[in-house]
Ligand binder design. Structure first.
Ligand SMILES: Cc1cn([C@@H]2O[C@H](COP(=O)(O)OP(=O)(O)OP(=O)(O)O)[C@@H](O)[C@H]2O)c(=O)[nH]c1=O
Length: 528
């Protein structure tokens, strides 16, 4: 989901994040940005004394990081990305700039300098729009910085060394990570927390809005004129544009371009994205990269028996989707992939073979159906193989596990003593309810052919006697007695008459004062 419309402006551009910082990658990914990661090789050795202020140093370093990547990519394939983002985070205290400590002693002197005091964290950001013309690279640099003030507690020697020995300080400016153990050292934060972590997302979105909607319009179409965006001339044969790439488009045509088909392109893109994901799952890419050292595309291809070129493209697609990360050492899983896309935790059923994306050595992959996870397919799938049915159950189980806790805590259900989860499948939501409400007894009511597989599905946390399973058909059999009926994911897509019939059955089973909890299609709404 893209919360900030301006992020959407970048969805159809080739965006590169010139940073190896996992925190920056995570922040931007969470914001819905799609990008490749190409860590910058720019050495962070600009002479600090030559800058009037610490943030001026951070901004220049961010800019040089981004430009190095833009130039390298342009030289490599004569096609620069559309946008390169660079960032640099520093800690400033008493006029001194602290970057990442070089060793434990350095971390010690940084942290003891910060102890009991307030310091500033500056992140400089450069957004470089690139354009290759006649073999030359044009760049247009927009830059800004954000300041956050952080107050540290007095730190004892013992705490300092314990923290340093945790290893956390070593890859972090100022020698601490506010988002992890380092949070314990912090008394107060004034300003944007994410700026301390490594990327000022809020200012970044505002900057994008300034660039893409210069007169404050919310119209997502290209602007007619960008004022005040002039970049500086770059050396080495580059020219900076006074206008962004979109402006060039509208200048060429001479009149307003037709509305940009954002929705259509998003649909097309999401289709491609699903194909890439299914293909990677089917090939067990995420299993291969789980918990191991990073692998190069050619090594992944060697292990999977696929072509190196196609595999490279597939892996890059997975990087852009946020399921893999790429560094000089190769590809590795992101946390999301480790949690949800390996065979043991997969939210996608393993059935079917993806069409449309082939990385095989021979002919393109053949068109076997890909089953999307949908509980309603279970009954239809009874006509299919046991493997198909189990695949669907697995998908339903994993999806339910993902959302169960959120559903269980969306409302205070503590007044209920018993609940019945109609069509509760493997009991993932039932167990989450039982965990949240220790006095609640939950009956999972579902088809016998579903319940016979329950033992093979582990809920999050231990099984509990609070949860029991009762085989039955919600349309045929009488519903078990309960104070609360949960109708989760089973109302979708049915004809009105069927939905009405089911809800009437539930209403008849309810005693006065009881309730029905219905989770929406996305399992994040619950009505009590
Ligand atoms: C204060 C603080 C910093 N950081 C990290 O410190 C690195 C700064 O170094 P950088 O030079 O800006 O970035 P890098 O990690 O070297 O990556 P790159 O962009 O490739 O230079 C970045 O990682 C930040 O997240 C945290 O994770 N938490 C914090 O509380």
């Amino acid at each position: 989901m893209v919360l900030c419309p301006v992020i959407r402006k970048l969805l159809h551009k080739r965006v590169v994040l010139a940073s190896a910082s996992p925190r920056r990658q995570e922040i931007l990914r969470q914001a819905g940005l799609r990008f490749e990661v190409v860590p910058s090789r720019f050495k962070e050795t600009l002479p600090k004394a030559s800058f009037p202020t610490p943030p001026a140093y951070a901004v220049e370093t961010a800019k040089q990081k981004a430009l190095e990547v833009a130039r390298r990519m342009h030289q490599k394939d004569l096609r620069a990305p559309d946008v390169v983002i660079g960032a640099d985070t520093i800690v400033a205290v008493g006029g001194l700039i602290l970057e990442k400590p070089v060793d434990k002693q350095d971390a010690y002197s940084m942290l003891s300098r910060l102890s009991g005091k307030e310091h500033s964290v500056f992140t400089g950001v450069a957004i470089v729009h690139c354009c290759s013309r006649d073999g030359r690279l044009d760049t247009d640099v927009s830059e800004f910085y954000e300041e956050t003030r952080v107050q540290f507690s007095e730190l004892s020697e013992e705490l300092l060394w314990e923290y340093i020995d945790s290893g956390e300080p070593m890859d972090k400016a100022g020698g601490y990570g506010i988002q992890a153990l380092g949070g314990m050292l912090v008394e107060q934060v004034h300003g944007d927390f994410l700026n301390v972590v490594g990327f000022p997302l809020n200012r970044f979105c505002k900057k994008l809005a300034e660039l893409y909607y210069p007169s404050g319009r919310e119209d997502p179409r290209p602007a007619q004129s960008h004022q005040g965006r002039g970049g500086r001339a770059e050396d080495g044969g580059e020219r900076t544009q006074a206008a962004g790439p979109e402006e060039a488009v509208s200048n060429r045509t001479g009149h307003s371009p037709p509305p940009f088909p954002t929705g259509l392109l998003e649909l097309v893109d999401s289709f491609k994205a699903s194909k890439a994901l299914f293909t990677a799952c089917k090939l067990k890419v995420f299993d291969l990269l789980k918990d191991g050292a990073p692998l190069k595309a050619v090594d992944v291809a060697g292990k999977l028996g696929t072509s190196a070129c196609g595999t490279g493209r597939l892996l890059d697609a997975c990087v852009a989707l946020g399921f893999l990360q790429k560094t000089d050492r190769g590809y590795s899983n992101t946390e999301t992939a480790n949690l949800h896309l390996t065979s043991d935790g997969r939210v996608l059923p393993p059935t079917g073979r993806p069409r449309g994306m082939s990385v095989g050595r021979g002919r393109a992959g053949h068109g076997v159906r890909v089953c999307l996870s949908d509980p309603l397919l279970f009954q239809a799938s009874c006509a299919h193989s046991e493997e198909t049915r189990l695949g669907l159950l697995r998908a339903m189980h994993s999806l339910a596990k993902l959302t169960a806790r959120h559903v269980a805590t969306a409302f205070d259900l503590s007044r209920f003593a018993s609940a019945c989860d109609l069509g509760g499948c493997t009991g993932a939501l039932a167990h989450a309810l039982a965990r949240e409400y220790p006095r609640l007894r939950v009956t999972v009511f579902d088809l016998p052919e579903v319940l016979q597989h329950v033992a093979g599905f582990q809920p999050d946390g231990p099984r509990t006697e609070q949860v029991s399973f009762l085989p039955g058909d919600i349309f045929e059999d009488s519903l078990p007695e309960a104070d609360l009926y949960v109708v989760s994911r089973i109302l979708r897509d049915w004809p009105d008459g069927k939905v009405h019939e089911l809800l009437s059955r539930v209403a008849r089973a309810c005693k006065p004062g009881e309730a029905t909890a219905s989770t929406s299609l996305l399992q994040n709404l619950i009505f009590v």
